[in-house]
Design a protein around this ligand. Structure first.
Ligand code: FEO
Ligand code: CA
Ligand code: CA
Ligand code: CA
Length: 598
């Protein structure tokens, strides 16, 4: 059974059983601490957290809300310290402000929310004696980026008419980043952050292009448009075109202006992860998290340079400005009649097939060319979903994280769920998305031709079809199903140093809390999936990082249950009864100090 402490190297721990405990539950023999919570001061001069008297100025110097993606970067010369970068995807006003009136938010509340979005960089240090990881406040690399920080739009569409606004006639300067979901760490020492559900911040649109992105015709839920007209599409039509990009952040230079890369296209970027070609060019994978949307890759035409001098860093920050953006088209190899929507494996024993990367547009130093009939290059980069529609890309069950395995090169595409698959007039189940009304999601394994990231064709197969292992419509890479943990709604992933895949979940449909799972991708135990931790009530598990001796997770939106509020909390994590619920980052390590899962 999954409770045994044996397993593949890196996964030898006693699996945590499904539960609904309002806590982070870890395997026997492991310890945990809360590294940093929403509101903890990180910048010089920032006050202690006081939820009853929160201000925008305080929040702008404190750790933001709803931590999602996490990166841990080395800090050479500072023993026992690392640089933590976190996304703050969105705000839960009803859980942040006592007496919040959703119909009439105050300017103060809205400005706190702006300051609680964005990114944090904060140095953390390890206590050798206890194993705890704790923040180093006021470190010179600590930084907050918010919904009002200046960004530079770069790449082919920067400066185009589609990106000009009354506040920025150059079309290159934008304030803030919104809804940063997952991300990635580049080999040149920067971090990438996907702007995901940016649609929810913009009001009063009626354009078909906006409709394709889910931008509504009326007021927004947060009502920001009352306080800054750039959030009102009727008054500032192009501001919304300046969100939905991959953001690049240089955490080692606190004075740097973060960038939004137009060459990687505009959609609900879940994440952005990098693999280098043999000649040093970055290839970036990214999914568009929407039911029936696509996944993409960008192949740069520029080579990374090694070193850390200013000229080298400046060069590397331009790597994602030139290259070609592609979208994926997948073809199953089994007869369509064998894919009946129940999840029953076809006669060849696998959901698998081949695929092609369809070029959308190419950016060069001299300009950009579109490969999509009827669309200019600027339109492809700004209305990328429409370009994917035109070339017949494959509609997937919510592409969340996509990540290449640094050990094998195989790319894992996480499809979180799609309740509408095959329902009504919607696209039917196909071999790559084989379940009608897919509640639990699946994970696709993609092998680029000759294992080269720049290849234009690939092979694929479904690695996991998630759910209760007792459900015949589940699949764990062929591993015996009586020996795996139940899993539902895979979302973000990470790899440990052994090449095992670690999967965090969002929206568990099996009646227990979300959590983090490890699964072997190679060898005899390929497909053996074990639960490593569970998170508190209402939370999703984000930002997993698995180092040799430590696992980090971001506990996002704890207590987010319908009807919950500051007055009526559904969770009191992490500080206990009487204290406001707070999203936070948690570190887990072995009590005996040895490596995780060996
Ligand atoms: Fe923010 Fe697709 O999860
Ligand atoms: Ca097949
Ligand atoms: Ca996510
Ligand atoms: Ca999610």
């Amino acid at each position: 059974p999954a409770g045994k402490g044996d397993g593949a190297r890196g996964l030898r721990f006693g699996a945590v059983a499904p539960n609904t405990v309002d806590a982070v539950v870890v395997p026997d023999g492991y310890r945990q601490n809360v590294v940093i919570r929403w509101g903890e001061p990180i910048l010089r001069g920032a006050p202690a957290f006081d939820p009853e008297h929160q201000t925008a100025a305080a929040q702008a110097g404190q750790f933001g809300y709803n931590n999602d993606f996490l990166a841990l970067l080395p800090l050479p010369g500072e023993h026992g310290r690392q640089l933590l970068v976190a996304n703050h995807e969105y705000t839960d006003e009803v859980l942040m402000f006592r007496g919040y009136d959703a119909a009439n938010p105050t300017r103060q509340q809205v400005e706190v929310a702006w300051a609680a979005h964005g990114l944090s960089a904060v140095v953390v240090e390890e206590d050798r004696r206890t194993g705890k990881l704790t923040p180093v406040p006021r470190h010179h690399l600590n930084r907050r980026v918010t919904a009002t920080t200046e960004f530079r739009l770069t790449g082919p569409a920067a400066g185009s008419d589609l990106l000009k606004t009354s506040a920025d006639p150059t079309g290159t300067k934008v304030l803030g980043t919104l809804n940063n979901c997952s991300g990635g760490t580049t080999p040149w020492g920067t971090t990438l952050h996907g702007e995901e559900n940016f649609n929810q911040y913009f009001a009063n649109s009626g354009r078909p292009t906006d409709k394709r992105y889910g931008i509504g015709t009326g007021a927004t839920e947060r009502k920001w448009e009352r306080f800054d007209q750039r959030f009102d599409v009727a008054r500032e039509p192009n501001e919304v075109h300046r969100f939905g990009y991959v953001v690049e952040f240089d955490p080692y230079d606190p004075s740097s202006t973060p960038r939004k890369h137009t060459a990687l296209g505009r959609f609900k970027h879940e994440a952005a992860t990098v693999r280098l070609t043999a000649d040093g060019r970055p290839v970036v994978y990214s999914g568009d998290d929407e039911r029936f949307d696509y996944f993409y890759k960008f192949v740069s035409s520029k080579r990374m340079r090694k070193g850390s001098g200013r000229a080298v860093r400046e060069h590397n920050l331009s790597l994602l400005d030139e290259g070609t953006l592609y979208v994926a088209r997948l073809t199953g190899d089994s007869p369509a009649a064998e894919i009946d929507g129940t999840g029953t494996l076809p006669a060849d024993g696998e959901f698998d097939g081949s695929g092609a990367w369809i070029p959308l547009a190419t950016a060069t130093a001299d300009g950009a060319v579109s490969h999509v009939e009827g669309m200019t290059a600027d339109e492809v980069f700004v209305f990328t979903r429409l370009a994917g529609d035109k070339v017949g890309a494959t509609k997937m069950d919510r592409p969340e994280d996509i990540q290449p395995n640094p050990v094998s090169g195989k790319v894992y595409v996480v499809l979180t769920n799609n309740s509408n698959r095959g329902v009504g007039a919607n696209a039917k189940a196909d071999e790559a998305n084989p379940r009608t009304a897919n509640k639990h999601g699946h994970v696709l394994e993609l092998t680029e031709r000759r294992n080269r990231p720049e290849s234009l064709t690939f092979a694929w197969s479904l690695f996991l079809v998630a759910g209760d292992p007792d459900d015949p419509a589940t699949y764990f890479a062929g591993f015996p199903k009586d020996q795996v943990s139940p899993i539902s709604c895979p979302d973000n992933v990470a790899f440990d140093p052994h090449g095992n895949l670690w999967i965090s979940t969002d929206g568990n449909q099996l009646g227990s809390h979300d959590g983090l799972f490890g699964v072997a991708t190679r060898g005899e135990r390929r497909g053996e999936l074990k639960q490593f931790l569970t998170v508190p009530t209402g939370a999703e598990t984000c930002g997993p990082i698995v180092q040799d001796r430590r696992v980090l997770v971001a506990v996002q939106h704890p207590g987010e249950i319908d009807g919950a509020s500051v007055e009526k909390p559904a969770s009191t994590w992490p500080d206990g009864p009487g204290k406001i619920v707070r999203p936070a980052v948690v570190a887990v390590w072995r009590a005996d100090g040895r490596d995780i899962g060996v």
